[in-house]
Design a protein around this ligand. Structure first.
Ligand code: BGC
Length: 891
């Protein structure tokens, strides 16, 4: 068999290919073929991988990168596009280097809310909490603080933000790492995080491209294929790709693929999503890496546009020491299986990302180990014989980041209900606190690996998106600090024999709901909330019900990863107030109690819809169980997820997307809309590509000598290197010279770069720049017209498209398009607010035209302005540019 010979053109290791082909019934070439997914979900063939180097915002970085890469040997080029192996370095991912030319190993580390598996860092509020602030400035500032901490630890690449999953499935395990179930909220928060992190010089890795909407069966393994997210082209563009487009536009230097397949083709080797959507349409210029152990093929994935393998192993980690890239990529280049322009493009993308962030100038080296907390330890734990050394320097990178962490936690606090203005309560009230969620885990705040237990205050979900708490400011400590009369029952079973309640008693009941990554099972939940569903954990419903039977003033505080069903108690007359504190990270205490006691008004808003019952959702967003063959997850609800679905189908939610009360009250005045850029049905033509510097490189196959170890080089067992043994190099080169080709090139394979005109929606760094033209600006004055409390107002703008008979352009009733938050306004105080509607915001994706279309540029677009998707204070009309207040919303 060709792939077992040492001159194999396959670019795959024999063992892994054996396992894959035997157990999955596939070869590297066949693996990129769409599988038996239902029509019309297609992973269209898209070749070749678009070259980088044609976007202005990357021009300087490419100029430098091209110079450096041109001096590299083949083995140096392939060394920097692969990981050195799982547990083969200090970080969760470590690339090879090109030391001779001063290009270092790069350190890649999780995760979205803090530097994972290390000490002396801040455990920031999770993404979902950040989304609930509806505050772009805070989103940015959290990113700044994260970027500083990752850089301080010597991390080159921050493995975040996560903008996929989008939160299509309420039970999905990792929604909380992202920012909410709406593409625009997700996109702004992701983009601001990218900016914040990268403004500190740390590279952001936008993840996971794409469709990672459930955890169960997310991965391909030797026994079963990963789930296929079957997404139609319109939903792909209008929902799932949208946050990636904004993140690429914000300058993210790297993108990570997902574990699942998309339309039948595994994401790490999906030519449609990597080559077609990301690199050609969104004009992404940086490297694309796999998720961990999601790499499935050598040549096939490189041709499909993958640039970096992480952590460098095949799907069987560590033990065999094998890789799909590294030495196999050197071989695949020499034997002509992967064209040299692809190799040069891969290496240049990696180096350009490094230069773009200025990491060539004094960027710190990793000073921690994600493998151990001891000061000294193995440098390469996965090697059989590893040298040891100092691996942890315990550098404290927290600075004053607890301030921004607390602010995010606080401004996310979402007051859903406040009957009779029970909140704020007085610090002298008799307060009875129930629920283990009120107090930090008594076994230790970092007791469970990657937070794979739900014990004590839930500050984050579990998995690679977690970080260690330096401390946990838990609610009970804060309550006791602030109030004089607090009693706490640290139990989730309502205590018996309590003294009689008095009319003044206020019961605070803490409940939670957790989820995480499929790598752990927690209380029967496999990442997704497959067991608990949307019910509060630990019998939370009963705890609330019993408290409500006893006390007449009950405040429910919820720490949760996502929606929960509150039906069993929400309408109980004693349950007067409900507060969602989301996942606050380390600052769970004062951030909450300052709101409960009225030092500040709540200003968070729901980043998803809360249903009355789980059956309110379409069936298609349920968790697809494990099964024989490839589980098919067909996104048949199309563009109708979350509030888009509820509104279209007239389903009344318990609380609507965007909902959140304040102690203050706000009024709108001076509402105006101004037309800025006149609209046409399709956007103006995209710009041409500014050149193709990769094509201008030396793209001939180099001599076999470029693949060899430098003299005297000593290997570490199982470490992944890009060097070939002399015979392998010679044989591979001979195969190439003899014109032997990779035996299973994908259908539609081509080596001719596409012209710009072939992708009308495409363009540099995000797509056609005209999509960002400002079409309308809405301005208004927001006034705190209350008398007692200062507060921050969240202003949300939803677009309603003109009615149409053309089913092709059927649109959701309302779609969030922009939002802004005021400063804290004292009673009587006002602030001017501006909201922007861009061309893309009034466009739909036309799958036939493969372009964005404004269905009716002269028609009446309505811009609804309010504080929730069901609560509006004003509306403006695009055709007359008139605005009105006091008009009820469209529903
Ligand atoms: C997760 C990624 C993470 C990576 C590295 C994977 O399991 O899906 O989000 O960055 O591990 O830890």
């Amino acid at each position: 068999m060709h792939f077992l010979s040492s001159g194999s053109p396959s670019g795959l290791s024999a063992l892994s290919l054996f396992l894959l082909s035997d157990l999955l019934g596939t070869t590297a070439g066949a693996a990129i073929q769409p599988r038996a997914v239902p029509a019309p979900y297609v992973a269209a063939s898209y070749y070749p991988a678009p070259h980088g180097g044609w976007a202005d915002d990357w021009a300087d970085a490419y100029e430098k990168a091209l110079k450096l890469v041109s001096q590299m040997t083949l083995a140096e080029k392939t060394n920097i596009t692969g990981g050195t192996g799982f547990f083969m370095g200090p970080c969760v991912g470590n690339t090879g280097s090109a030391d001779r030319l001063g290009f270092p190993q790069l350190c890649l580390q999780d995760g979205p809310l803090g530097v994972r598996t290390t000490d002396n860092v801040t455990a920031f509020p999770a993404g979902i909490t950040t989304g609930a602030t509806f505050d772009k400035k805070l989103m940015y500032e959290r990113g700044v603080a994260l970027g500083q901490e990752f850089k301080g630890k010597g991390v080159n690449m921050y493995l975040g933000p996560s903008v996929g999953p989008l939160g299509r499935k309420p039970r999905a395990g990792r929604n909380w790492e992202g920012f909410g179930s709406d593409p625009v909220l997700q996109a702004f928060a992701g983009a601001e995080t990218v900016r914040g992190v990268q403004d500190q010089g740390c590279i952001a890795v936008l993840k996971h491209l794409i469709g990672n909407e459930q955890e169960i069966q997310r991965m391909f393994n030797v026994g079963q294929q990963g789930i296929s997210a079957n997404i139609d082209d319109r939903a792909m563009h209008e929902l799932y790709l949208w946050p990636f487009a904004e993140g690429v536009r914000a300058g993210t230097a790297v993108v990570m693929t997902s574990y699942n397949a998309v339309n039948g083709s595994a994401s790490s080797q999906n030519a449609y999503s990597i080559n077609g959507l990301l690199k050609e349409e969104l004009g992404f210029q940086g490297p694309v890496m796999t998720d961990w152990l999601a790499h499935m093929s050598g040549v096939a994935s490189a041709l499909a546009g993958l640039d970096m393998s992480m952590p460098g192993d095949t799907q069987i980690p560590v033990l065999p020491g094998t890789a799909y890239f590294m030495y196999e990529m050197t071989r695949a280049a020499l034997n002509g299986s992967v064209p040299m322009d692809r190799i040069n493009d891969m290496a240049t993308r990696v180096v350009a990302a490094w230069y773009k962030l200025g990491q060539d100038k004094d960027y710190p080296r990793p000073n921690f180990s994600s493998n151990t907390r001891a000061r000294t330890g193995l440098l390469y734990p996965a090697a059989v014989f590893s040298p040891s050394g100092v691996v942890n320097q315990y550098v404290n990178v927290q600075a004053d980041h607890k301030i921004i962490a607390k602010q995010v936690a606080q401004e996310a606090i979402t007051l859903l209900k406040n009957n009779g203005s029970l909140l704020p309560i007085s610090t002298s009230a008799p307060i009875k606190v129930f629920g283990t969620d009120a107090q930090a885990n008594p076994d230790g705040i970092n007791k469970c690996t990657d937070k794979s237990c739900n014990k004590g205050t839930l500050g984050m979900g579990w998995g690679s998106g977690s970080a260690d708490y330096p401390y946990m400011d838990d609610p009970i400590s804060s309550l006791k600090r602030k109030a004089g009369n607090v009693e706490f029952w640290n139990t989730d079973s309502f205590p018996k024999n309590l003294p009689d309640a008095t009319a003044d008693d206020v019961a605070l009941v803490f409940i939670s709901s957790d989820s995480g990554e499929n790598s752990y099972e927690v209380e029967g939940n496999h990442g997704d909330r497959d067991k608990s569903g949307l019910k509060a954990w630990h019998n939370g419903d009963e705890l609330v019900q019993k408290a409500a039977e006893k006390y007449s003033n009950v405040v429910v505080v919820v720490h949760t990863v996502g929606p929960i069903v509150m039906e069993p108690w929400i309408n109980h007359p004693s349950v007067k107030a409900v507060v969602f504190a989301h996942l606050p990270g380390q600052e769970a205490g004062d951030s909450l109690t300052e709101v409960l006691f009225g030092e500040v008004s709540p200003s968070g808003h729901l980043p998803y819809t809360l249903p009355v019952s789980e059956s309110d959702y379409p069936e298609s967003v349920g968790i697809v169980p494990n099964g024989l063959g490839q589980p098919q997850d067909t996104f048949s609800e199309g563009i109708y997820i979350d509030y888009r679905y509820f509104q279209k189908n007239g389903v009344k939610p318990q609380y609507a997307f965007g909902h959140g009360l304040s102690y203050a009250s706000f009024a709108y005045s001076d509402v105006r809309v101004q037309a800025v850029t006149p609209l046409t049905t399709v956007p103006p033509a995209r710009p041409a590509k500014s050149g193709d510097p990769i094509a201008a490189m030396n793209n001939t196959i180099p001599p076999a000598s470029e693949a060899l170890r430098p003299e005297g080089f000593k290997d570490i067992f199982r470490y992944r290197y890009s060097f070939l043994a002399e015979n392998d190099a010679k044989n591979a080169y001979a195969d190439g010279a003899a014109g032997k080709k990779y035996p299973s090139l994908p259908p539609g394979y081509s080596t001719t770069q596409k012209e710009a005109g072939q992708t009308p929606a495409g363009g540099p760094s995000g797509g056609n720049p005209a999509l960002w033209d400002v079409a309308y600006v809405v301005s208004l004055t927001v006034t705190n017209n209350g008398t007692a409390h200062a507060g921050k107002a969240s202003t949300q703008l939803y677009v309603q498209f003109p009615a149409t008979d053309n089913a092709k352009y059927d649109t959701p009733v309302l779609q969030l398009r922009d939002f802004a938050k005021t400063a804290a306004l004292a009673p009587g105080e006002s602030e001017a607010v501006e909201l922007t509607i861009r061309r893309k915001d009034v466009s739909v994706w036309d799958a036939e035209l493969q372009n964005w279309v404004v269905p009716n540029p002269e028609g009446r677009f309505k811009f609804w302005i309010g504080d929730a998707s069901d609560s509006f204070g004003a509306v403006c009309y695009s055709d007359s540019t008139a605005c009105e207040t006091g008009v009820p919303g469209p529903l």
